[in-house]
Design a binder for this molecule. Structure first.
Ligand code: NAD
Length: 456
């Protein structure tokens, strides 16, 4: 059974997807890579679509790099995939069981690194795709990590704080054997935050018998967090956007999809740079004010009401309309696959800077490239988060701390160097920024495999 057959069986029993496959066979399974975006994409789960996109991007890079089938299969196959049951006692005494996942896609260049997502529709395919993107991202920005991701299929908004803590601690207990500061270091992602990281650090430390701050990043400052970590992904988005923008940022219009840990500070950073943030959305709705939104006032509204919906100093618009606004910069900062074959031709932004992982499907990539829209890809644009996570981990291992200015300088240097390397490769090879970023990231991991050789 191929990985695709397996996915189809689980997601859409009895439905094929019309892809034109290249197949890499292993004794354990075969990885089927779509050579085009499947015609029946919408029938697949969002997670399966994300994995298809990730495999497609890997395949494109492997072709250009001339990788042999064995190495391709190695790079397409996660080193470890763990699915766990997470039983949770609800406040009324009932017991629910939810699924949890941790995928270590690659550990050839260092310990696995990647966030943990709490979202009702997360599945093993989505987590695998996100882990794969982490591998290329860490290699691209030159930090000594492999890629991982975790997820729990739960809606955090439906749980009380105590239920959330129990889910977190039980999930961590189930994945305990494969995480640790030298093995795999989780971080926040969609639906998780500093408090979640504090519970993870505590659960791991209680089991170890001593405090292990380096097991997780994105922690509160009191527990060994780093200055600058909270806004780091967004600061990286700002740096990438300013590098990609021709001319001055002054007065450039911005729309942000997703007003969470990445999107809200990204709006603030872009406003600080002189841009005019005209529209933002979150799960509750979307708002627009062509004269410019007061980002701090909107953040206060969200803190008070739980979402952007109903914000009084703006007009309402639909989620779909936000993505199609005539703006200079569009920052998708929510979930995967939001710019796709169906809506890409209506995107009017000149520049798309991917705060989210996987927001643009390969088919949409082609449409945007044909229309002359520049896309700064996720593995570059949102790398600021893992860069400062790495700095947090280094500080934890050394029991040391850097000032906010030192952290910001290191973040800016790595982001700018990585951006320049990607732009140079794109120009010299005549490819998009995404293809260039994958050529560098995949190429470095492939090189690490070649140098280490194959055991035994
Ligand atoms: P978050 O949970 O803090 O925020 C997600 C936001 O998206 C929320 O405001 C939510 O309401 C909104 N949202 C959800 N569905 C939406 C929809 N259909 N339309 C509009 N908005 C919607 O998550 P986050 O940590 O900000 O992560 C966002 C993205 O950035 C994810 O793709 C994540 O993988 C990526 N990312 C996060 C980090 C990090 O450090 N947190 C680092 C790199 C990449």
């Amino acid at each position: 059974m191929t990985l695709r057959d397996y996915a189809d069986h689980n997601n859409n029993p009895g439905q094929g997807n019309g892809a034109l496959p290249a197949v890499w066979r292993t004794p354990f399974m075969s990885i089927t890579v779509p050579s085009t975006t499947p015609a029946t994409t919408s029938l697949l789960s969002p997670g399966r679509q994300a994995l298809d996109s990730a495999l497609f991007q890997l395949d494109q890079a492997a072709d250009r790099l001339g990788l042999d089938d064995g190495l391709r299969t190695m790079l397409a196959t996660p080193r470890r995939s763990l699915t766990v049951a997470v039983p949770v006692r609800r406040e009324d005494g009932r017991m629910d069981v939810v699924q949890g996942f941790r995928v270590q896609h690659n550990i050839t260049r260092g310990p696995a690194k990647g966030g943990i997502r709490f979202h009702p529709s997360t599945d093993i395919h989505e987590v695998t795709a996100l882990a794969m993107w982490m591998t290329w991202k860490c290699a691209l920005v030159g930090i000594p990590y492999g890629g991982a991701k975790g997820g729990v299929a739960v809606d955090p908004a439906s749980l009380t704080t105590r239920e959330l803590e129990r889910v977190t601690r039980r999930y961590v207990n189930e994945i305990l054997p494969i995480i640790g500061p030298e093995r795999d270091i989780p971080a926040p992602d969609v639906g998780t935050d500093e408090q979640t990281m504090a519970w993870i650090m505590d659960t791991y430390s209680v089991n170890a018998g001593y405090s292990v701050p380096g097991v997780v990043t994105g922690k509160p400052m009191t527990l060994g967090g780093s200055l600058g970590r909270a806004g780091s992904t967004s600061r990286g988005v700002q740096i990438a956007a300013l590098k990609a923008l021709p001319g001055s940022p002054e007065g450039r219009t911005v729309a942000v999809q997703g007003f969470g840990k990445v999107g809200a500070p990204a709006a603030r950073y872009l406003a600080d740079a002189g841009c005019r943030v005209v529209a933002v959305s979150d799960v509750t709705g979307a708002v627009v004010n062509t004269s410019g939104l007061d980002v701090d006032d909107l953040r206060a509204w969200v803190a008070e009401t739980g979402g952007v919906y109903g914000y009084r100093r703006a007009d309402a618009l639909t989620h779909a309309e936000l993505l199609e606004l005539d703006v200079d910069i569009l920052v998708p900062a929510a979930l995967e696959g939001v710019i796709n074959e169906e809506n890409a031709s209506r995107v009017r932004a000149r520049l798309v800077v991917e705060g989210a992982n996987g927001p643009t499907t390969p088919e949409a990539d082609r449409i945007l490239a044909d229309a002359g829209v520049t896309v700064v890809p996720d593995i570059l644009a949102n790398a600021g988060g893992v860069i400062v996570s790495y700095l947090e981990w280094v500080q934890n291992l050394q029991a040391h701390s850097w000032s906010a200015a030192e952290v910001d300088m290191k973040l800016r240097d790595l982001m700018e160097q990585s951006y320049d390397a990607v732009a140079e490769t794109a120009a010299s090879q005549g490819v998009t920024l995404r293809q260039a970023a994958h050529l560098i990231g995949v190429g470095r991991v492939a090189e690490a495999h070649r140098l280490r050789g194959l055991y035994p």
